[in-house]
Design a protein around this ligand. Structure first.
Ligand code: DC
Length: 216
């Protein structure tokens, strides 16, 4: 396995933006693990599959091919960057990600990315379950309203129609589901370096992570 930088944190904590920039500066491939769960959620919608049907979700996950190229997400060669951020997908993805067998398949997919490349991966269980032995582990956090505002601005930029209230509501529900899952829940541990990004410039957090990686 190559070198892994693992980052966990709730939605809107800035982990995506920050991981992308760190990856670019250090030459590590950036992997958005939430996007993999979102691809499964998108496929359930497109194929009319019940999100409680774990076997079917597993079938989908085993067959799908998710690639990260130039910070874009390709599902079976289709650029799904906009579709996986839709409200429909966001509303169900946390529920989709509850299934243990499905998570096991996705964990394999995630570990495969690190077989021949240095990677920086962000999500909810990356520091704890996917790469518990990663050399670098971070937990990024921020206040709910700041996270919602960031996510809202990101969605508007991508031409996704949504109100700030809907984003606050969606993120609070996802926070609850993500921290109360029986498997793969978002948790803080002593091994992670905790960074609260509420009042900190992105650049500052990026530099801090790079400093940690370079100092070891
Ligand atoms: O990072 P995101 O908000 O795009 O993630 C979408 C959902 O995917 C999130 O609500 C929970 C799930 N997820 C997960 O269970 N484990 C991960 N490592 C990443 C995401």
């Amino acid at each position: 396995m190559k070198s892994v930088i693992a980052i966990d944190g709730p939605a809107g904590s800035g982990k995506g933006t920050i991981a992308k920039l760190v990856g670019k500066k250090l030459g590590y491939m950036y992997i958005d693990s939430g996007a993999i769960y979102r691809c499964v959620a998108l496929l359930t919608i497109r194929n009319g599959i019940d999100i409680n049907d774990e076997e079917k979700l597993c079938d989908i996950a085993k067959k799908m091919n998710v690639e990260f190229i130039d910070n874009k997400v390709f599902l079976d060669l289709e650029d799904v960057g906009v579709d996986i951020r839709s409200k429909e997908v966001s509303d169900i993805v946390s529920l989709v990600s509850k299934h243990k067998k499905l998570r096991d398949i996705i964990i394999e997919i995630e570990r495969n990315y690190a077989k021949d490349k240095d990677i920086i991966m962000e999500g909810r269980d990356i520091t704890t379950v996917v790469f518990p032995n990663a050399k670098y582990k971070f937990y990024l956090d921020a206040d709910l309203n700041v996270r919602a505002k960031r996510r809202y601005e990101e969605l508007i930029k991508r031409n996704i129609k949504i109100t700030l209230e809907e984003v606050v509501d969606g993120i609070s529900k996802r926070d609850y589901n993500d921290t109360h899952k029986e498997v793969g829940a978002l948790i803080r541990t002593d091994e992670q370096i905790y960074i609260n990004t509420t009042d900190v410039e992105i650049e500052e957090v990026v530099n801090k992570i790079i400093e940690v990686v370079r100092s070891e």
